[in-house]
Structure formats: C-alpha cells, structure tokens
Write a protein that binds this ligand. Structure first.
Ligand code: HEM
Length: 406
C-alpha cells in the first residue's frame, strides 16, 4: 500500500478512503501539520480545485462564518465541483440568508419535543427488538439485519411515511447517494432522486388536504410571512430529511458496533456501567465522523489559516480530520468511550448545525443500550464491507456472531 501523502492523496476518489484506518489517520495528521490549508487540484470539473481544511479550529471558523461563505453553490464535493446544487435556495442545507432562517424555523417546529418524543420511544423499542432477534438467531449481518431497520423507520415515523412504503424508500435513498457499489451509475442515482421527489409531492398533497402530527404535514401547512412553502420547498426538504437522517445514523450504528468489536475493553466498560451511554455516543460520533466532509464557496476574498481564499473558491471542511486534531483531543487515536470533554464536529457547527442531532444521538444511544443489555460478546464471522464514497464513511455489511448476555 502506498503512503497517502498530502500531495499524492486524491480526496475526490472514494478509493482513497478505503485505505486502512491507521493510514488515513496518518494522512490527516500530515495535512494538519504540513499543509493545514491545502490547495487540491482537480481536472475536468467546473472549478480548478478546492481548499482542504483539516484543523479543528479552521473547520469551526468556516462552518460559522456566514458572511464570507455560502452553501448555496453546493455543500459537498460532488456538487461543489460541478458548480452548484439544483435544490439551492429551496433545500435547507443549500440555502442561506433570510430564507435559510425562515425555512429552518419551520423545520425546527418539526423537530419539537412533542413530535420527537413518540419517535424516540419507537427508536428504543425497535433497537431493543432487533438486537434481541439477532441474539436469538446467533449470527447476523449487523448492517442489514439490525442497523438498516432503525434510521429509515425513524425518519419515516418523523415524516409520516406509511409502513408499506418504507422498503421502497430505503432502496431509493441508497441509490440516490450511490455509495454501496463502486460501479453505481450517476444515471441510476438521478432516477432515484427524481422518484423520491415525486413520492413526496404526492404525500405533501395528501397531508395538505388532511394534516396529521408529522413533518410532511408541518411543511405542507406552515406559512412564512403569510405565504405557504412552495411545493418544491416541501419536497426538497422531505428529501433532505431522508437523505440527512437515514444513512449518517445507519453508518454511525454499524461503525459503532464495528469499533466495539475491535475494542472489547471499551465494550466491557459500557456493560459494567464504567462509562455512560451518553459519553459513549459522543465518542462513537467523533471516532466514526460518518459525514467525512462538508464544504462551502467563498463569497468574498478572506484569509483562512494565513492564506488568501478568493471569492468563488471552494473550501472543504474535513470533520474526519478535525475530530482527530491533537490540539483539541487528547490522544485522539485512542477510542475512549469515557472521553470528556468531547466537542466533536460530527454534526457540523454554526447556522447549518444538524437539526437531527438529537435524533441521531438517540438512535445510537438506543442501539448501545440494547447491546449493553442483550449482548455479552460479538465476534466477526466475515469481512466488513466498506461503502464507496468520498463523503460518507462506514460499512454496508458487517457479519457477526452474537453471544447473549446472561
Ligand atoms: C449521526 C447522524 C447524523 C450526522 C453525523 C449528521 C451530520 C450533519 C452535518 C455535519 C450537517 C451540517 C451540514 C453543513 O454544514 O453543510 C447536517 C445538517 C443537516 N442534517 Fe444531519 N446528521 C445526522 C442525522 C440527521 C438526522 C437524523 C436528520 C433528520 C431527521 C438530519 C437532517 C439534517 C438536515 C435537514 C441538515 C441541514 C441543516 C441546515 O442546513 O440548516 N441529520 N447533518
């Protein structure tokens, strides 16, 4: 395996992120120490290259700086390199300014405790049942038999998607992000995205006619300055909840299990109560950093980490490096479920901070609680299959044998 150098690493290539974890950790350390703001060239794209920010403080500074940076021309490499996002100005994650604030306030109503409490209760019930079933069977693919069934059902509860449509939505979500197979085509992803949009157009029409206590109803019936949201805003934001809420949480759970298996002493600390589930959740999030990067375009010339970033430049913020910055995290390459403080940026920071953070944390907490209660030991029965992405990190398959707790 060749060494991943700062100059040699292609951060646009999903293959790069298939390197062993310790190689990637070394690569990010090189970025932080040798070139903390690094110009990464690309060819055959709408832009000539992008800046790579790898230090915690620089990542934080750009996340919170809405004066000099915008998400409206994309917020991940895939769209930033193509020059924009077709949902800009309508979908929360790629909207800025007053419209972002207004849309976010509507969305936050949908994440109110009144709406979330029953959803979280469902998460705990589901995680407990799935883990018990897996233990009873003895062997399972933890990704496909357990983790896959929690976030999608949770997001579907939140949105008010009927149970009969959930498998269909899961398939579309995976295709839309096309991360599982190296050879997934861009056309398939586009078709899946369009199907998702049509699906939510229909559901929004139903809920406008007969509102219920769910997110689609909140979006379909809310007004901003007396005006209802447009159909496109409703549809794009349902889509963004599905895309934002399903895969990140699923990968966090799968990687959480993977790391517990790799660190049996930490698992014992969790079982014995030496560490709380809450602090374990934060360490899983820091360690996994399921969304490896986000990004922005500069609106004006601005100095970042001592270099001039010009108006129009693409800047990428690498959570997967910031969360291992030794200036902020003591002994960052040690998986320590009791780590405190643990101010990771797995959910971003600033105006676009993840509105699903409470729910994402609840899902991981529910899983760890179920594992702590029902599983004494887990051993791999085959290789974990990593996903293929320059944006998300995790596994699509994790075969394990589970031994029941006494
Ligand atoms: C472990 C799970 C999760 C992780 C690691 C995660 C990560 C993130 C990050 C880093 C951002 C900031 C993006 C940016 O600054 O451009 C974000 C935004 C967002 N997330 Fe999450 N997320 C998770 C779960 C969820 C869930 C469960 C939902 C919904 C149910 C959700 C919905 C969203 C939405 C709508 C945004 C856009 C917010 C805005 O632009 O104002 N996420 N997420």
């Amino acid at each position: 395996m060749t060494t991943l150098t700062v100059e040699g690493a292609d951060l646009t290539d999903p293959q790069t992120f298939l390197a062993p974890a310790d190689e990637l950790a070394k690569m990010w350390r090189r970025f932080r120490t040798e070139s903390p703001i690094h110009w990464h060239e690309v060819h055959d794209h709408a832009v000539p290259g992008f800046w790579v920010l790898s230090r915690y403080q620089d990542v934080l500074d750009v996340y919170r700086d809405k004066t000099h940076f915008t998400s409206e021309r994309g917020n991940v490499l895939a769209t930033l390199l193509e020059g924009g996002d077709s949902a800009a100005g309508r979908m929360l994650a790629v909207t800025d300014g007053p419209r972002h604030r207004e849309l976010r306030n509507v969305m936050l109503k949908a994440f109110a405790p009144r709406v979330l409490d029953p959803v979280v209760a469902g998460v705990y019930e589901r995680a407990d049942r799935l883990v018990r079933l897996a233990v009873a069977r003895g062997e399972c693919d933890f990704a496909q038999d357990v983790a896959e069934h929690i976030p999608m059902a949770t997001v579907a509860d939140l949105l008010g998607v009927p149970a009969s449509d959930r498998d269909y939505l899961l398939t579309l979500t995976k295709e839309a992000l096309s991360t599982e197979e190296a050879d997934s085509s861009a056309d398939e992803a586009l078709v899946a995205r369009n199907e998702l949009l049509f699906y939510f157009a229909d559901l929004a029409a139903d809920r406008r006619a007969a509102p219920r206590d769910d997110v689609v109803s909140v979006l379909a019936t809310s007004t901003v300055n007396g005006e209802p949201l447009t159909d496109q805003e409703i549809i794009f934001n349902c889509y963004s909840i599905i895309i934002g809420g399903d895969e990140t949480s699923r990968l966090s759970m799968i990687c959480g299990m993977h790391e517990l298996i790799a660190h049996p002493q930490q698992w014992q600390r969790l079982i014995s109560g030496d560490v709380t589930v809450e602090s374990a959740v934060e360490e899983v999030l820091r360690w996994v950093s399921p969304a490896m990067h986000f990004g922005r375009r500069a609106l004006k010339d601005v100095e970042v980490a001592g270099r001039l970033v010009r108006a129009g430049d693409v800047v990428t913020l690498w959570n997967s490096s910031a969360n291992y910055d030794e200036d902020v995290f003591a002994d960052p390459t040690t998986f320590d479920l009791g780590r405190t403080p643990n101010k990771h940026v797995a959910f971003g920071y600033g105006p676009h901070f993840c509105p699903g953070a409470f729910l994402g944390r609840a899902e991981i907490a529910a899983l760890l609680t179920a594992l702590r209660t029902h599983v004494a030991e887990a051993v791999p029965t085959g290789p974990a299959k990593p996903i293929h992405s320059n944006f998300l990190h995790g596994y699509s398959s994790l075969p394990v044998a589970l031994k029941a707790a006494r």
